[in-house]
Ligand binder design. Sequence first.
Ligand code: GDP
Ligand code: MG
Length: 436
Amino acid sequence: SLTEKLQRVFRDLRGKGKLSEADTKAALKEVRMALLEADVNFKVVKQFVKSIEERAVGAEVLESLTPGQQVVKIVNEELIKLMGSETTEIKMAQDRDITVILMAGLQGAGKTTTAAKLAGKLKAKGHRPLLAACDVYRPAAIEQLRVNGEKVGVPVFSMGSGVDPVNIARAAFEKARQDHNDILIVDTAGRLQIDEQMMEELGRIKEALRADWTLLTVDAMTGQEAVNVAKTFEDKVGVDGVIVTKLDGDTRGGAALSIKAVTGKPILFVGMGEKLSDLEQFYPDRMASRILGMGDILSLIEKAQAEVDEAEARRMSEKLKKAEFDFNDFLDQMKQVKKLGGIAGIMAMMPTAGASMPEIDESHMGRVEAMILSMSKEERANPSILNPSRKNRIARGAGVDINEVNRMVKQFEQMRKMMKQLPGMMKSKNRGGRGG
Ligand code: GDP
Ligand code: MG
């Protein structure tokens, strides 16, 4: 498997004390082979290996680490980048009460199953979804959706199979409005192959409902074919995100790795089995970990990161002692948080164990970042100048409500106050001298 092959390459690399350029090149050649065998798109592989090579052969080597470990760290980071870095969440429509999600994909890709899975997931989050059966070509498809909808406790709207799917979709939207559903998930008909009529029909439904999310479902087991299909759907209909199903049966990983790079569209969810609970949010970093194999490789990467972060933590502690911690630092911290894979990681890094920090909802991190990025340098350095008009501008810039800006600033002040109060903060890590 890809994981085994990569692990072998890295084991060889780590066995070497010093890496010559030839060593690195030989290793990258094997990485390249492993990816190609995993059915990753060849253009993607080429670009991927090139980025790694630029970094690995360049100056980007930490003194305290063996170069081999550094290469592993770089591969991990590039894998994450390849898959889009961020997790894409389904955002609700801003301009109306019903968010329309259109399911697209070839026959057998998993649309109907995934529509129900997604409905169940959104329902569990407190939404009120309605499923619409617009696959009129296979009568069994309507029944399949009805049965699955029932299993996840989500109503299914259908009008039988003799009706134009666009009309069903319109009627479903009307029904959703009457019943106060906030999400409409439209299951559509697929074909075995890319088909003009299918694309045309999909385009018409998309337009008629002004779909907020056109989600393409592709079967991971079809490898590069899934990527080609995704590219065609994106070109012909336009998709907002991809759901990769049957990852549970995919031993190669090629589709998941190439889709973002080839289509520019992120993977939102992955299907991990036939059960209706087997739909998972897609996390590029977790997928990278999965590909690199857990265990020793990852702990080495963590060690590499810990060293970087310790230097960063020392720098931060100086600031904290002087109570200079501002939004610029906060932004830095957020970058660290991302690198470390979450708040848990950063909390472990900060010597505040035992003390309870204000809750920061990870799903809002992206918005918090957007708000801070919408501040001027001066505002970031000096949060006290944030008056209502500035906050309004920031809210507009970040595309959030002013209340959210207020909340965020307040939370920040709270955090800062708490940090000031913590006695002997970071003493243990602050053993003389400044790092970073
Ligand atoms: P559609 O034609 O696109 O609507 O595809 P279906 O939803 O009918 O799914 C086709 C088959 O794939 C069904 O047997 C599903 O149970 C199966 N399937 C869908 N998603 C997954 C998944 O993530 N893992 C596995 N193992 N099977 C899946
Ligand atoms: Mg179907």
